[in-house]
Every structure is written in C-alpha cells, then in structure tokens.
Design a protein. Structure first.
Length: 742
C-alpha cells in the first residue's frame, strides 16, 4: 500500500449516497495532478487528505490511484474552511450563513461544531432550532466518516458507512465495536460479512460454536434472498467448510443446537431438483417453515368446507354476465367460470391474449349478481391500478388490503379480524412470495373463496418461494389453463411472438434498418456491441418511435434490461437517456444518478410510511438544491425525498425486467447482448415482451436471443409447498415428517 498526502484540485464524479468519488489530486510534487478513485466521505475541492491505496491501470482511463482508505484533514485556512462548509455536507447552510459563522469564530469554527455547537446561536440569524439542526448534521457527518475509516481499516468498502449509519445513527460505532453481529440480522446480504470481518480482526468474534450458529442462519437468510424456502443440509455444511473454515463436527453441532432451540427446522422432503422420488434433508428458517406449512394447511382447510348452493342457476348466471358485457364467452372461458363458481380455491392461468382479464370481470360480476362481496387485489400498486382500470372496480395492493401497520410492522387483518369479503380475486399471483401468501390466507375466512390469477411462465417473486407454480404443480387445487388466443389478440404480433417465445421458438422478427416504412409492432434491430446497442436504444427512444408512432418519449417508452451493470444495463442507459430526454437544469445527487425536475423515476423499496411501493413510477416535479431534496408525483400524490431516503429511488427511463412485472407500457425496448449471458433466460424475455401493449423493439444480436430461448432451466427454487399441499390434502406419504418437527 502507498500513502499520498495532498489536496483535491477538482471533483470529476461524485455519488453522494455511496460516497464514491473520482477526482484530480495534487501531492504538491512536480508534475500534473493524478486521478484518484474510491470512497471518500468528504470530497471537496481544495480539501487536504491522506490517501492509502495502490496504483491501477484502467483499460479506458489509464493510470489511477485506487483508494483503500482516506483520512480527511479539516482545511487549515479560513478560505478552505469556508469552501468545506458550503460544499453541501450540511443542508440549509448557505454561503452567507457560513461567512457569518466563520466571521464570528474564525479558525475555531470546527472546534465549536465539535464541542460547543450551542454557541452557534451567537451568530446573527441562527436560532436554537437551526443550531440544533446544524449540530445534528455535523455529528452525523463526522460519525459516517469514522464508520468509513473503521471499515477501510479492515479492508471493507467504505461505501457501507452511510447504510450502517442509516440503521443505527449515533450508536453505529459502538455497535460495530462491541456487538458487530447485530449487523448480520439488520443488513441483509453483506451485513454478516462486514460483522464477521470486523469481529475476527478486532478480537470480538464469539467462540467457534456460536460463530458457526451465526453462519448457519446467515447462509439460510442468503438462500431466502435468492428465493429458496430451504437449503439442503449437505450444501450448508459444504459452504461452512469452504467459505468460513468451520470443521464438519462444529458445523453439525451448531445445526443440532439451532434445531433444538427451534431457530431452524430440519426435515426430509422430496427433492425438487430431482424428477425421481428422492428425498433431501432440508433445513428451514423457523418462520419460513411455518409460513409454508400454514399455507398448505389453510388451503386444505378452505377446500374442506362444503360449498353452499348457488342462488342463481349457473346457465342463467353465465347469460347474465354475457349480456352485461355484450360478449360471448368461449367454451374454455365458460368452463373456467363454472369451475370458479364451484370451488373454494381455484387458479386461472394463461398467457397474453387468452382472456384472463375478461374472466376476472366476468367472475366479479357473477359473484356480485349473487349478492357476494367481491374484493380485487394485486401484489403491487401498478398491478392493482391496472386491474382496477380494466374492470372498473376498486382494487388494492395486498399490503393495503391486509392493513399493514408501519410502526408495528405487522398486518392488522388476520383470523381474528378477517377481510370483509366473500370472494377475493388476486391478479398477478406469480409475484406473491411465501410470507405474503401466509398473511393473505391468515386474513381470508375459510368459508370465503380465493381465486388466484396469473401466468406461471412469468418470473417468480422477488421473495422466497414460488407460490403460484407450486400450487399448480401440486394438483390439489382446480386449475383452469387458458390456452385459446382470441382473434383480436391473435392478430397482434406481440401476443403471437410471446407464445412462440414461451415455447422456445424464435419470434417472427421484422428487421429495422433506418427504414421507417418497415416499422412494425415487433421489431428487431441488429447491433453487435453493447455500446452500439445503447446508442440505438437512445435513438429509438428520442426520435424514431416518438415520431413514427406519436409516442411521448419520456412517458410511453420503457426500456427493459436484464441487468443493471454494463453499457446495455439500466445504470448506463438511464444516464444516456436522461442526458438526451431531460438535459440541463439543477440536479440533486442520488445513489447512482442525479435527479432533475422532469425526470422519470422508480421507487425501489416498499415504504409504507410514504405509501409508495416497490416498482411505483413517478415524475420529479420539484428540486431543492440547498437542502438536496426532490418532490416526486406518483399518480397524483406528491412525495418528498431527502438525502436520507434518496436510496429508495432511481431513474426510471430504463428498469430491469424483474421490476416491470405487473405493469404495461405502450412501447418497450429490450437490449439483448451475450454480455448478459447469466440472465438470458426464456422466462425473462417472455416476461419483458408481455409487458408491451402496442410495440416491442429488441436491440442486439440474434445469438443472444437464441441463447435466451434455449435456456428453459431458470434458477430452481428450493421449496416444499407442492408436497405439503399433497400431504395436507390426504397424500400423507409425500412427506416423511421427522419426529419432533411435525
């Protein structure tokens, strides 16, 4: 490692959320300033720093100094201090106020901020409230710097510093030094590695058996993040030995100890990775085990309740529905409607153009005509709004339907206070994970009806489990497969090609070569490098599609990429599209991009306090550079974001295909490159194509499309719901229960 001392001459790039910085740095020695890259908490032109790192050669930008650790030195001069404090590290502290503070305290300003912040009220224009705000922000700023220094000392990325401070505030350093493994529970994914590294290097790591227990829980949580409800025991033991150097005996003892305390559950279940009847020793986190078990028991209980006689004869009811909507249901649709009318729990599944929406409208009307209370729901706000628009009935997100309490982080609706409805219809059911399904079933009366509607070929949910697919595979619930493509939908190349893709066949592509007469609803533009792909996507978004199809470039066209990174990933595409579609204006720094008034953005986390949910899209309508705040319009609701929650939004010109589930867009553009090899899967491309209402444009190589079509083995999710359903419904030989864990 090399140590350099000097000052920052200029900032080339700065991400305020992650603190990642590219800057020009002068050591005072002869020669030009050097380029430094890495995480610096305070990055202000003119600031003095001590940097520890090494020289690297970037393939595009040449020699750079890669920062491993940075030590910030407060500017020694009054001018440097003024620039430092007006850099934005304290919101609401403008140049005039800084000048008055420095004019009053001079070179003792930093000492006052550190030890006597109450004296700020001596400065004209600063009252007690503002002095307290400045002091709080200064302490936060200093604490984040110390956290980043601590992380970098132990070879960890300083960029985790702001996230840790967001979790624990002023207690962050004490927690990291005394009880670091708390981070493993509170910061998903990387939390355990940070905690384990700090604990081992500072000597605060627990004894080997206790560490082994923490590792097991971490591995299982990591598996849940990847969609698994359980992990095979042999896989856990293998990871413990290869990744954490835990010997087999210690690992086995830790498994036994956690099982005895019921923090984990071990049980033999049919191996979902094997077609033949073979069992695997499965290890579950306690909650996921009971969630999955309850889902199976609840569905079985609902199906065991006798059906009441219909107040209206089925044939007459079907005719009433057809007359109301001036339509004639197909044979398959009539059979599906009759099935739903006869069952407590049922599933409607099918691809685009097969009439799922028409059936939802018809089912809701039929039950309403019988005097039943009907409730429509969907996993996301976008999906709920969409089903409400097409059925002209109110619809809710599942979380809102269940009355999620943000403060208590619990659902108000349950068996004691169930949903006030006789019929619950849930659209986009492929997006429901194990935990949400558990809470939904807990709030549905056993004598009510549940109808799940979705496409089992879509991507699985973000959370653990694969509920819709597992229930269908169990053969315990009536499933209506809608296969007929209706004439009007069948005339759409989007619908036709979506079904070809689902079957692994190449879609009928119309090549586009800057000949606008050749424009079609389904286009393929050849581009052989990610850079060319990105360039053509920008041209299609900004010129070609808006002009040819009278589309609004910033609202009607959605780019859907398989990945975030790379030239054809969402991060780079968002930067390019923002520069083209919304140039100029004052910007507010975010996690990956700066935001400007007029930008399209997407919320990426469920925030029940703001009532904004993962995947909601909006437009930035206001920006406050002094306080680094923005205002976003979400479907008519104005929501404010401060630097503390700026990590909850990202630019929305380009989003991942996963984030698009449950939505529809007038036009979509899909980049296809072999650089996305790990994500090129048939169900991914199928999901993307089915998000389009009118136009699909694929940009890339035929080889990448071919790779995706051939890859029909998406990541297998380890679940046991299908077997549990068969067991709960009577086939008890399907699962051999381990004594003590039934």
């Amino acid at each position: 490692m090399i140590v350099l001392e000097g000052h920052l001459e200029s900032i080339t790039f700065r991400n305020e959320a992650s603190k990642y910085t590219v800057a020009r740095f002068s050591t005072g020695a002869a020669g030009k300033p050097i380029t430094v890259v890495g995480f610096i908490n305070n990055a202000v032109a003119g600031q003095t720093l001590k940097l520890t790192g090494k020289w690297i050669t970037h393939p595009r930008y040449g020699q750079q100094f890669d920062i491993a650790a940075s030590e910030v030195t407060v500017p020694a001069t009054v001018d440097g201090l003024r620039e430092y404090l007006t850099s934005g590290i304290i919101r609401g502290l403008g140049p005039a106020t800084v000048s008055r503070i420095i004019g009053h305290f001079g070179e003792r300003t930093i000492d006052v901020l550190n030890h006597e912040p109450e004296r700020l009220t001596q400065v004209n224009g600063i009252g007690e409230a503002k002095a307290a705000s400045i002091a709080d922000q200064w302490r936060a700023h200093c604490t984040v710097s110390e956290i980043m220094d601590l992380l970098q000392q132990h070879g960890l990325k300083g960029s985790y510093g702001p996230k840790i401070y967001h979790l624990y505030g002023r207690q962050s350093l004490e927690i990291l030094r005394k009880t670091p493994y708390k981070l493993a529970d509170d910061m998903a994914g990387t939390g355990f590695y940070i905690a384990d590294t700090i604990a081992r290097k500072t000597g605060t790591a627990p004894c080997e058996p206790d560490r082994a227990r923490a590792i097991i829980e971490h591995i299982l949580r990591d598996g849940a993040s990847a969609g698994h409800v359980f992990l095979p025991l042999d896989r856990i033991l293998r990871k413990m030995q290869t990744l954490f150097e835990i010997d087999p005996d210690t690992a086995a003892d830790a498994v036994a100890s956690l099982t005895e305390e019921e923090k984990i559950i071990a049980e033999n279940v049919p191996n979902p990775e094997k077609e033949e009847k073979e069992e695997v020793r499965a290890v579950f986190l306690h909650l996921l085990y009971h969630f999955e078990k309850h889902i199976a028991q609840r569905i079985a209980a609902m199906q065991s309740v006798a059906m009441e006689d219909l107040p209206i004869e089925k044939t007459r009811l079907l005719s009433m529905v057809e007359d109301r909507f001036l339509l004639r249901l197909s044979k398959g649709q009539r059979e599906a409607l009759e099935t739903v009318l006869s069952c407590r729990v049922s599933i409607l599944t099918g691809g685009p153009g097969t009439g799922k929406t028409t059936l939802i409208k018809s089912i809701a009307a039929a039950f309403s005509d019988m005097g039943k209370r009907v409730c429509l729901a969907a996993p996301t706000g976008r999906a709920a709004r969409r089903i409400s628009e097409v059925t002209l009935r109110p619809a809710h997100t599942i979380h809102k339907l269940l009355g999620y309490n943000f403060e208590a982080q619990t659902f108000e609706k349950n068996t004691d206070d169930p949903i006030d409805a006789d019929v619950i219809i849930v659209d986009e059911a492929s997006m429901i994970d194990t935990a949400l399904m558990h809470h939904l079933l807990l709030a549905i009366r056993v004598n009510a009806r549940l109808i799940l509607v979705g496409d089992m070929f879509q991507l699985p949910p973000v959370g653990p489990g694969n509920i819709l697919s597992d229930i269908i595979r169990s053969d315990t619930v009536p499933v209506c497969h809608l296969n007929e493509i209706f004439r009007q939908a069948g005339e759409s190349p989007i619908v036709t090609n979506a079904h070809l893709i689902r079957e692994g066949r190449c879609p009928e592509l119309i090549l586009f070569e800057n000949n606008r007469k050749a424009l079609s609803e389904f286009l393929f533009i050849e581009a052989d490098t990610p850079e060319k792909i990105a360039g053509k996507i920008v041209a299609m978004c900004t010129e070609t599609l808006p002009e040819a199809f009278d589309l609004r470039a910033s609202e009607d066209i959605q780019v859907l990429s398989p990945v975030h990174k790379g030239e054809a990933g969402t991060i780079n595409l968002n930067s390019l599209l923002q520069a083209s579609l919304n140039p100029g204006g004052q910007s507010i720094p975010g996690l990956q991009h700066a935001f400007k008034t007029g930008d399209r953005v997407m919320h990426v986390k469920n925030n029940y306090q703001k009532e904004v949910f993962n995947g909601d899209t909006g437009i930035v309508t206001g920006a406050d550079p002094e306080n680094r705040e923005i205002t976003v319009d979400f479907y008519g609701r104005k929501v404010s974001y401060t630097p503390e929650d700026m990590d909850e939004i990202t630019l929305g010109y380009a989003i991942t295909i996963h984030k698009s589930q449950g939505s529809e867009y007038p036009a979509i553009i899909i980049p296809l490159t072999t650089q996305h090899y790990m994500m090129l899967q048939r169900n991914l491309i199928y999901t993307a194509v089915t998000r389009a209402k009118n136009i699909v444009v694929m940009v890339g190589t035929r080889k990448a499309l071919s790779v995706a079509l051939k890859n029909n083995r998406p990541h297998m999710r380890l679940t046991s719901l299908s077997s549990r359903l068969r067991y709960a419904c009577g086939e008890k030989h399907q699962i051999r229960m381990t004594p003590g864990n039934t």
